[in-house]
Design a protein around this ligand. Structure first.
Ligand code: AKG
Length: 411
């Protein structure tokens, strides 16, 4: 299902549960601003290449808009709109003082050299610098981007506006990046999983996990889960998938993936078809790659009892229905993967204060936010007699709706 259709559907269900005024509902759905820019750069061979860049600023009722910038061939306006809207609800669920935004460039970063990526990032920043800012819209890394991308944005932005480290988060620590930001989304997934299992009288230790996606989020989640006694029985990335019923040696796999740029050909497990990883036998499934991967075609075959959404919108609404009938419990993206943006918030606070926290403080604060977030979501589940997805959506939408009304919205 189209990502925007799926996201709008969840929002509308939550708005109905909350009994939101229909005009307020309509206004919350419409993005604050949609930016689409042409970015042409000279390639290393002297030829010109053109790309389309997007930034969708969805809502700023609760604070500056916040969200990543993605470099991926599948970046398109609907996808960016859906992800920007999800950021609005996610920052509200985490209860950090931000709105939501998302951006991206339709490109394959693997096919561009470092200097081409730098030129592309600088051209994109030149086109949007007047529309982002420390108190308006604060980008961060996402798929295909990272600390170096943020350093280029910071540098280019600072040429126009003066040195402004808090204009982006997820920067290198040498430029004011927060300790712990790199691991934060994966660590947040660990804390979210612990909170959910705790509620079911279980712990990470001894549970069998399948992780789809071994990029930043999936690999950190795998590392932290295995350090906490979880058994990772299958993982996949774009190069392939492997399985080992006895548990994959994650430190060794991390080393292999770094040296070989992927999990393929790892000798500590048997190769399997990456398309079948979601239906592998396990207790806990963690989709940590692209959206829409759990859908009506495979939902019936999924064996996991718990699904932790480390990716954004990995589960289509039709699959939600099928899985809930089977008794599976889904921990939704707007709570489960909010660790990254939460530590981004800590980074922004540190930059504004001109002060650096140690990593222990970052991780402890993150645990506090994730634990409190789970309690708040559960409270909404009780109030509205709904599942965790609707608990998270009603929590986020209600906080944004209240801020909007308090700031002067009138029907
Ligand atoms: C996400 O959570 O999907 C983000 O894009 C967050 C990026 C950030 O602001 O740290």
């Amino acid at each position: 299902m189209n990502a925007l259709v799926a996201t709008n559907r969840n929002f509308k269900l939550a708005a109905r549960l909350l009994g939101l005024d229909s005009k307020l509902e309509k206004s919350l759905l419409i993005p604050f601003r949609e930016i689409k820019v042409e970015c042409t750069i000279p390639k290393d061979d002297g030829s010109l290449a053109s790309f389309v860049g997007f930034r969708v600023q969805h809502d700023n009722a609760r604070g500056p808009m916040k969200g990543g910038i993605r470099y991926h061939p599948e970046v398109d306006p609907d996808e960016v709109n859906a992800l920007a809207q999800l950021m609005t609800w996610k920052t509200a669920v985490a209860n950090i003082p931000y709105g939501g935004a998302k951006g991206g460039i339709g490109c394959d970063p693997g096919e561009l050299s470092i200097s081409e990526l730098e030129r592309l990032t600088r051209v994109f920043t030149q086109k949007i610098h007047d529309l982002i800012g420390v108190h308006t819209d604060v980008p961060a890394p996402d798929m295909g981007t990272g600390p170096q991308t943020m350093a280029w944005i910071l540098d280019e932005y600072s040429k126009f506006h003066g040195y402004s480290p808090a204009v982006v988060t997820g920067k290198p620590t040498d430029l004011g990046g927060s300790l712990g930001r790199d691991a934060a989304t994966g660590r947040g997934v660990l804390f979210a999983t612990e909170a959910l299992l705790n509620e079911h009288g279980k712990s990470i230790s001894g549970q069998r996990f399948v992780i789809q996606g071994f990029g930043n989020v999936g690999s950190w989640a795998a590392q932290l889960i295995s350090e906490n006694g979880g058994k990772i029985v299958a993982v996949s990335d774009i190069t392939g998938a492997i399985k080992n019923r006895k548990g994959i040696d994650i430190p060794r796999l991390l080393k292999h993936a770094k040296e070989h740029r992927g999990v393929r050909d790892f000798d500590g497990g048997d190769p399997i078809d990456p398309k079948s990883i979601l239906v592998e036998d396990c207790d806990i499934l963690i989709p940590a790659a692209l959206g829409g991967v759990i859908n009506r075609e495979n939902a019936n075959e999924i064996k996991a009892k718990f699904i932790i959404e480390a990716a954004n919108h990995p589960t289509d609404p039709e699959a939600d229905e099928i899985l809930s009938k089977k008794g599976a419990v889904i921990l939704p993206d707007i709570y489960a993967n909010s660790g990254g943006v939460t530590v981004s918030y800590f980074e922004w606070v540190q930059n504004i204060q001109g002060f650096m926290w140690d990593e222990e403080k970052v991780n402890n604060e993150l645990k506090n936010y994730m634990t409190k977030g789970f309690k708040d979501v559960k409270e909404m589940c009780k109030t509205h007699n709904c599942d965790l997805r609707m608990g998270a959506f009603t929590l986020g939408v209600n906080r944004v709706a209240r801020a909007t009304v308090l700031r002067g919205w009138e029907a």
